[in-house]
Design a protein around this ligand. Sequence first.
Ligand code: DC
Length: 277
Amino acid sequence: MKKIYDLDLPTMPENGVPSNTVIAIDGPAGSGKSTLAKQLADTFKLLYVDTGAMYRALTWAAIQNKVDFSNEDALAQLLAQSDLTLDSGVKSIVVRWDSKDISSEIRSSDIEANVSEVASHAIVRKEMVAIQRNISRSTGVVMEGRDIGSVVFPLADVKIYLDASVETRAIRRHKQLSKNDSSCTVQNVQADIIRRDKLDTERKESPLTISPDAMIFDNSNLSISEQLKEITSIVLFVIERSLPKLPEKQLPIATQTLKYKFAVGGMNTLLRFMGGK
Ligand code: DC
């Protein structure tokens, strides 16, 4: 008789997570998603995917090709005809458009000002989501963005919604942006963050929302290392609790969802308790 555990179980390193684990991280601009996502990917040996960089790359290409930001068909065509790649570099990811390294260009204030409009189009998002899902076919991922838990991976193993006060986020973003642009001020950056939050949360297509089964985490008063420590143990806790006795795919979806909701409900209560709320 064939033993059930001989079926395709993912590899599971000691004190780690299965190699096909999907961790979705969503949250507004400047909430620290990239830092956290990179650290978690490193810790759990998963692939880090920055989906904001993909929308930024398309915005860069639109500028180069003089494509109007409101022309969704032309934008989608530009994306379909391109070779967009993200590679893990030593400290950050390397973004290439048709082999050209555009990693620093996509962080400029010009891109910052227009990327929300580019990301608001349904056809563009459809193509991006297809690319993002495709990446996870061959590997586990830590993917960060605005719609990862809600649209890209509604059945992600762990969903985190990362947040921080708008003042904290503005100070963080200003620190990054002022490296390339000495004229930017915290006030300007804060005004731009408020404008982008509004566009990202109020747009029709896949707006930034908190999935009901996401763990909400406010890191305004936490250091990066404190955050990593807390979230690493939360991820391990959730994964261990939801690890199936049978391969996950054999469990009815309702059972998976129930188990996950139970773990997330408990974690959100714990987080509120730790945050004194
Ligand atoms: O995270 P970021 O600042 O690099 O994102 C750039 C823009 O892309 C941001 O305005 C929202 C948009 N975005 C999105 O709509 N969906 C995603 N999954 C990721 C980013």
